[in-house]
Design a protein around this ligand. Structure first.
Ligand SMILES: NC(=O)c1ccc[n+]([C@@H]2O[C@H](COP(=O)([O-])OP(=O)(O)OC[C@H]3O[C@@H](n4cnc5c(N)ncnc54)[C@H](OP(=O)(O)O)[C@@H]3O)[C@@H](O)[C@H]2O)c1
Length: 325
């Protein structure tokens, strides 16, 4: 089968296209999916997992069709069904013609969108939902600052914060994206390029940060004394992964602060599918690349202020198109 590999090491990665990889076989209750399109999270090239996998195949977000089941599978999914999946952070291997998924990673894809659009969604949807609801304990009426609000994760954070909890959302993004963010439900929009942005935000109950670095540090000045900061920005802050407390907490001792790695959750993806098909949640713009342009796709995905989530196409579906021939 065709697959993308990340060769080399983390200091000098090389995106490779391989046309003769072995096709995986599902065991136990695993599900084999014929991948139609796979999403690219550019920062995955900085994560240790793709280098640890013997296959060197990256990719956690896929949309495709069920091809086979392991002998013990007894769930509701059917052969030939169109599905999307988020494969757990410690496995991946989604950027290939076929991928093994665990049964609780796969759910029917939204019917109103293409495989390319669906492949862009699992990580952004699950990260936003888990960050706001599980770690951020979001409640109705809270004031929430979303940084990187125009990005893939941020776009869903803005929509979920307003729709799942009725929160008051303050979105931080370049001014070119402000109109879109207002349409998605943001109540206030601020430009991170204006140095004064942090003085315009006060009394925030929850910061959901998808940028990290300087933006994360400044966000401490916006949060209430007993508020919370949840971050997924890469690289992770020095205090992540149980390495102690943030230095900023000396001045803000009651502010809860946490970094997390998302977990797969097919049930939430099903709920998100329903919201997408009902038209209440808008999906991301996608830039689709053909398989042979994988290196270009990864380079594009690593640009921070590009428009749209990068998707690589593996199989031809009806009505599917590549933005990059
Ligand atoms: N821990 C986890 O489980 C997890 C899960 C998913 C993602 N992540 C990480 O979360 C981050 C966001 O992911 P994503 O897919 O949403 O990324 P993305 O689509 O590339 O969005 C990044 C956003 O950051 C904004 N931005 C760029 N430079 C900025 C700056 N200097 N200051 C403030 N904002 C800036 C951009 O806004 P404008 O376009 O408006 O300029 C852009 O919309 C990535 O680092 C990713 O690796 C972590």
């Amino acid at each position: 089968m065709k697959a993308i590999q990340i060769l080399g090491d983390i200091s000098s990665p090389k995106v490779n296209t391989n046309y003769s990889m072995p096709e995986p076989t599902p065991r136990n209750s695993e599900v084999l999916v014929r991948v139609h399109a796979a999403g690219v999270t550019g920062d995955e090239i900085l994560w240790p997992e793709p280098y640890a996998a013997p296959s060197r195949i990256p990719g956690h977000d896929i949309s495709g069709v069920i091809s086979a089941f392991g002998p013990d599978y007894s769930g509701p999914l059917k052969h030939g069904q169109e599905v999307y999946a988020m494969i757990a952070a410690d496995r991946g291997e989604g950027q290939a013609d076929y991928v093994i998924c665990l049964a609780d990673e796969v759910t029917p894809k939204p019917t109103s969108i293409s495989h390319e659009e669906a492949a862009a969604l699992p990580i952004p949807i699950l990260t936003a939902w888990e960050g706001l609801i599980d770690h951020g304990a979001l409640k109705a009426g809270m004031r929430v600052l979303v940084t990187g609000a125009s990005g893939a994760v941020g776009t869903f954070a803005v929509q979920f914060a307003t729709q799942l909890a009725g929160a008051h959302v303050i979105a931080l993004a370049s001014s070119k994206n402000h109109e879109l963010l207002r349409q998605l439900g943001a109540h206030e929009v601020l430009d991170y390029n204006a140095s004064s942005w942090k003085s315009q935000v006060t009394d925030v109950d929850l910061v959901f940060d998808t940028v990290g670095g300087d933006v994360l540090i400044k966000s401490w000045e916006t949060v209430k004394d007993d508020g919370a900061i949840v971050t997924v920005g890469d690289p992770a802050p020095s205090w992540a992964f149980g390495r102690g407390r943030a230095v900023e907490s000396i001045d803000h001792p009651k502010v809860r602060h946490m970094h997390f790695i998302l977990t797969p959750n097919a049930e939430r993806m099903q709920q998100a599918s329903d919201m997408i098909d009902a038209g209440t949640v808008k999906v991301l713009a996608v830039e689709t690349f053909p398989f042979h342009k994988a290196e270009e796709a990864w380079a594009f995905a690593r640009q921070r202020s590009r428009n749209g989530k990068v998707v690589i196409k593996f199989a031809e579906a009806e009505n599917s198109q590549s933005s990059h021939k």
